[in-house]
Write a new protein. Structure first.
Length: 467
């Protein structure tokens, strides 16, 4: 049985949204905080250390994206399974996602072990960065498997509306990470000062703690899915395997493409002015916290709409879908205001020129505009419509919005029309406006709703609708 909204009022709906979205949003904020603390602690080792770790994190993002994509595919289908009450297939999905995540982690472990220096040289030709960067990779690789385990558990449990474990693991991981960084980077309690390698080892210890907490919670504390070791079985039917990859591959494609889009935007803005990059980095820090809460809203939409579809209540699906639209628009306005509150506070901690300070304020208003359609687009597309299982069409929409709208018009605005930086900032993110309009139009019909949970045919066989 799933936890559905029994009282069908907007107030009850909002309570469910915040019950799901707030822990996920706080989890993201904590992750951002850990990254900031890491940067501060590594920053005490010098510029080479900062640059080397930054390069390593760029490479490690690919592993994060793969594990997130694998888990997200299981989440889309699993939320519908929970809505239909099929916990047996949900356990199989978790087993499948865990197996693929561990396999991906093992492949990255092998590549990192064999070619650590080559990986660093792909990103930079500065000789001084190769040694600290490769040392970081050789130490941090031991945490890959732990990351795969913890993230698979956290993401899968979201499908049964159990979102607190992600918050718990993030909180404890933050504490462990800061403590072990302090111990290993600078050398305390009899340990030698390991520098960059110590930062990597601190990350490994935090990953280990995350995995242990997640496993213990899953096997002995969690009472909805009730997964036990004997339930682990990644051998699934051909139909389920095909369905899983039809949903998952476009999600993986969207994750990789977003990184490519971010790189392309950096290439464009890096050639505009020396002040733009500095101003953008400050604005980005102010933008990340509201974006984390917007991401929590998107996750809540995916869980709740997926549960509704699994339960077969199409009328409720459509009602909740438009409730999410209304809620997202209101929340987008709140996020827009949050940027204006956070940015002036954040600017006090930076020593920057007056030109950069003025440009930062101007781009802050641009960020407040773009977050309006970013939150709406994320909730509608990555939350509501993705829960319907049609991830292939979402991937195509991402391709169009980024490579036929944002990037081409960004190049035109930057190098031909030479528009001001605040306008360029909006143009480079205009793809989200395109996606928001497309998503809202798509919600007017019902073809985005695809029942992915198993159902019996008149002959008694089990069939699946594939995306």
């Amino acid at each position: 049985m799933t936890e559905t909204v029994r009282e069908d009022t907007y107030q009850a709906f909002i309570r469910s949204v915040f019950t799901l979205s707030l822990p996920i949003a706080l989890q993201r904020v904590i992750t951002l905080t850990v990254s900031l603390i890491d940067n501060i602690m590594v920053g005490q080792l010098g510029e080479n250390a900062i640059s080397a770790v930054s390069i390593c994190n760029t490479y490690l993002w690919f592993l994060d994206a793969v594990i997130l994509g694998i888990g997200s595919g299981a989440l889309v289908i699993g939320a519908q399974d929970w809505g239909s009450g099929d916990t047996h297939r949900l356990k199989k999905l978790f087993s499948l996602a865990l197996t693929f995540s561990l396999s991906a982690a093992a492949i990255f472990f092998l590549i990192t072990s064999l070619f650590p220096e080559t990986i660093i040289r792909i990103y930079s030709n500065v000789p001084e960065l190769v040694e600290p960067g490769s040392s970081y990779l050789m130490h941090v690789r031991w945490g890959f498997l732990f990351l795969a385990i913890s993230q698979s558990i956290v993401i899968t449990l979201q499908s049964v509306r159990e979102v607190r474990i992600g918050l718990y693991t993030s909180l404890l991981s933050c504490v462990f990470n800061v403590f072990f960084n302090w111990v290993f980077i600078f050398g305390h309690f009899g340990f030698p000062a390991m520098g960059v390698a110590g930062a990597a080892l601190g990350t490994v210890m935090a990953r280990l703690a995350e995995a242990m907490i997640a496993v213990c919670y899953l096997l002995w504390k969690e009472e909805k899915l009730k997964f036990r070791l004997r339930d682990y079985n990644p051998i699934v039917s051909k139909e389920l395997m095909l369905q899983y990859w039809k949903v998952t591959l476009p999600i993986l494609g969207m994750s990789f493409m977003q990184n490519l889009v971010n790189s392309s935007q950096t290439m464009i803005t890096g050639r505009v002015s020396k002040y733009y990059m500095a101003a953008q980095s400050i604005v980005h820090m102010a933008w990340m916290i509201p974006n984390a809460f917007g991401g929590g809203m998107s996750n809540a939409a995916g869980i709740m709409i997926g549960n509704d579809i699994g339960a077969g209540d199409i009328a409720q699906v459509r009602k909740d879908a438009w409730r999410f639209v209304k809620t997202a628009m209101v929340f987008a306005c709140i996020c827009s205001g949050m940027i204006q509150i956070i940015l002036p506070i954040l600017m006090r901690f930076y020593t920057i020129s007056e030109e950069t300070r003025i440009l930062t304020r101007q781009m802050g208003f641009s960020a407040s505009v773009t977050v309006l359609f970013l939150v709406t687009s994320s909730t509608v597309n990555n939350g509501v419509i993705r829960a319907g299982g049609d991830t292939k069409r979402l991937f195509r929409t991402d391709l169009i919005s980024n490579w036929l709208v944002s990037i081409p018009f960004g190049i035109l605005a930057a190098f031909v029309l030479k528009w001001p930086a605040p306008v360029l900032y909006v143009i480079l993110r205009s793809g989200n406006l395109f996606k928001a309009i497309w998503g809202l139009n798509r919600l007017r019909g019902t073809d985005w709703i695809r029942r992915l949970s198993a159902k019996e045919t008149p002959s008694g066989e089990v069939s699946y609708e594939t995306a």
